[in-house]
Ligand binder design. Sequence first.
Ligand code: ATP
Ligand code: MG
Length: 176
Amino acid sequence: MTVSKHPSSLTVRLDSPLKTMEFGQLLAKALTDGSILALTGELGSGKTQFTRGIGVGLGVPEEQITSPTFTLIQEYPSSPPLIHVDLYRLETPGEIGSLGLVEYFQEPYIVIIEWAERMHDALPTDHLCLEFVYGEQQDTRIVSIHGAGPKSQTAVDRIQTLLSHEGQHTFPQVNH
Ligand SMILES: Nc1ncnc2c1ncn2[C@@H]1O[C@H](COP(=O)(O)OP(=O)(O)OP(=O)(O)O)[C@@H](O)[C@H]1O
Ligand SMILES: [Mg+2]
């Protein structure tokens, strides 16, 4: 296993859609009430598939988790409650304010945001950044995780511990 030079970031290779979902399930164990996950990456890079894993990890039936295309925000009745935001169809940055996201940026919610770069200024300082890119093989994706702020850096440490205990073969770590 290659340990990242930066303790508050890590990069993992996900070799199939199922692995991406399972990685979400693993990562859900590292989250706490109030966690915010900012997902970036081009179309089809696996953001929704990963979100399914987070949802399943928090107890939401898999088939209930789809992209919140029309509403932009979807709330799932998990414990803690999961808020799934997809900003792909955001028309103007000014629309962010009217979404009422601010009320979710607090305990007990866990908020996961696809196309998070579209609200970068409006994101709370402490959040997990997850960048998805295509790997060399058709069904491979690479995800880099970085903790911005102390709470998220602690979450990255927990993810690292979970990976070394149960995931180092399933989710190989790669150099940035
Ligand atoms: N390793 C992988 N991880 C995730 N998805 C994969 C992987 N390999 C292939 N895929 C496929 O890539 C697609 C990923 O779709 P997904 O909806 O998760 O992407 P997305 O990043 O949410 O895209 P969008 O920006 O359109 O919302 C799915 O069709 C999935 O089957
Ligand atoms: Mg998506």
